[in-house]
Design a binder for this molecule. Sequence first.
Ligand code: SAM
Length: 417
Amino acid sequence: MLLGEHEHTLDDKNRLTLPARFRQAFAEGIVVTRGMDGCLHAYTPDNWAALVQGRLATLDPLSKEGRRMQRTTTSRSGIAPPGGSSSPRSKGVRSMLPNVLQPSATDHVPVLAAEVRESLAVRPGQTVVDATFGAGGHAALLAADLQGHGKLIAIDRDPTVRTYFERLEKRSGVQARLLRGDFGVVLPQLASNGVQADAILLDLGVSSMQIDRPERGFSYSVDAPLDMRMDGSQELSAREIVNEWDERELTSIFRRYGEERYARQIVRAIVRRRKETPYERTGELVDTIKASIPAPARFGEGHPAKRVFQALRIAVNDELGSLEAALPAALEMLRPGGRLAVISFHSLEDRIVKQFLREKERGCTCPPDFPVCVCGHEPELRAIERRPIRPGATEVAANARSASARLRAAIKAGGDE
Ligand SMILES: C[S@@+](CC[C@H](N)C(=O)[O-])C[C@H]1O[C@@H](n2cnc3c(N)ncnc32)[C@H](O)[C@@H]1O
C-alpha cells in the first residue's frame, strides 16, 4: 500500500523524522530499506513480511539470487520497536533511520572486480598501489592475490576510510600503509621519492559511502548541507562555489563538467536568489534547478539536478586536475611490465585516460611525412584492450552504480609481461 512520498530533511544531529501523517500507519513498528536509488522505503512489518515471502516464494533458495534476497531482506533492514512508554514511537523511529543510512563495509561493491583483478594480474611479492582506497573492496581482492607476500600502498583523500583500512590491514597479512591525500599530489611525491610499484589502480569518483552519507551533501535526493568535499579539511566546498563564483564561471562548470543544457537559465536563477539569501542546503539548490528548467526536461533524463551536482562535485574536488597529475606519476612509478588500471564513470574522465594511454602507446612522434624517425620515442605503455571494458548486464542489475563504469588498463613497456 503506497501511503505517499516525503522529502525529508536532517536535523542538526543527522536524524530523520517521519511526518505525523505516516506515524499512525507505523504504530506496530517500521521496516526501512535503502533502494539502489538511495531513497528510503518504509514498510509496516506486515507489508514487509508479505513482500519478502512473496518474492522468496518465486526464487530457488539455493540460487545466487535467492541467497542474495535472503541476505538483503534479513540483514539490510531494521525493525524499530513499536511505540510504547519506554520507547516512544517517534524516538524509536528517529533512532533507527540513521542506522539504515549508515553504510557498512559490505555496502561498497567493488566495480568490475574480476576484470580489475585480471588486468592487474597481481602476484605474490609485488607492490600494489590502490590510489582510491574507499572501503577497500578492490584492495582486499588485490591483497588476497599477494597471498601474504607483498606490499599494499593505499591512498585516499577522505580520512573516514581509515576504519576500512584498519580492518583490511588486520586481515590481509600483507605489509600495508595508508597515505591520506589527493592522488594527484601523493603519486608524484611517491614517484619523486623513487617508490616503485607493480600494479596501480584508480577507481575514480566518489564511493557509495560518500554518496550515502547525506551530511556530505553529494546526493540530490536528500536535503543536506551544501558540501561535497571528499576531504572535509579542504576549504573549497559546494557552498562557496554556488554562493561566490561569478555567473560566467558557474555557467562554464555546469556546461563543461555537467553537460547541462540549461546551464545559463539555472545560473541566472541561482544568482538572483543568492542576492537575497545565500544557499546553505542541497534542497534549496535542487528547488532552484527544478524551477529553472522547462517542465518536459524535468522528466526522462534522470533527476533534473544530476548534472549540476556532478559538475559541482568535479569542481569542488578538482577531479580532472588530480587525474591529469596522477597518470604520468603512476606511469613513472611502475616497474617495467607493471600494470595500470583506471575505472572512470563519465566521459570527461575517460577521455583523459584514453588520451594519456594513446599518447604513451605511440612510439615515434615525428610528422608523418618524415622519411626516417628523428625523435627516437619508444612506446611507454601497451593497452591491454583497445576498447574500455564495461560491466555486464548481471553486474549492472546487481549494482546500478556500475552502469557507467569503464575500465582501461595498460602494461608498462620493457618487462616480461
Ligand atoms: C569509487 S571510490 C573507490 C572504491 C574502492 N575501489 C573500493 O572498492 O572500495 C573512490 C574513492 O577514491 C577517493 N578519491 C577520489 N578522488 C581522489 C583523489 N583525487 N585522491 C585521493 N582519493 C580520491 C574517494 O574519496 C573515494 O573514497
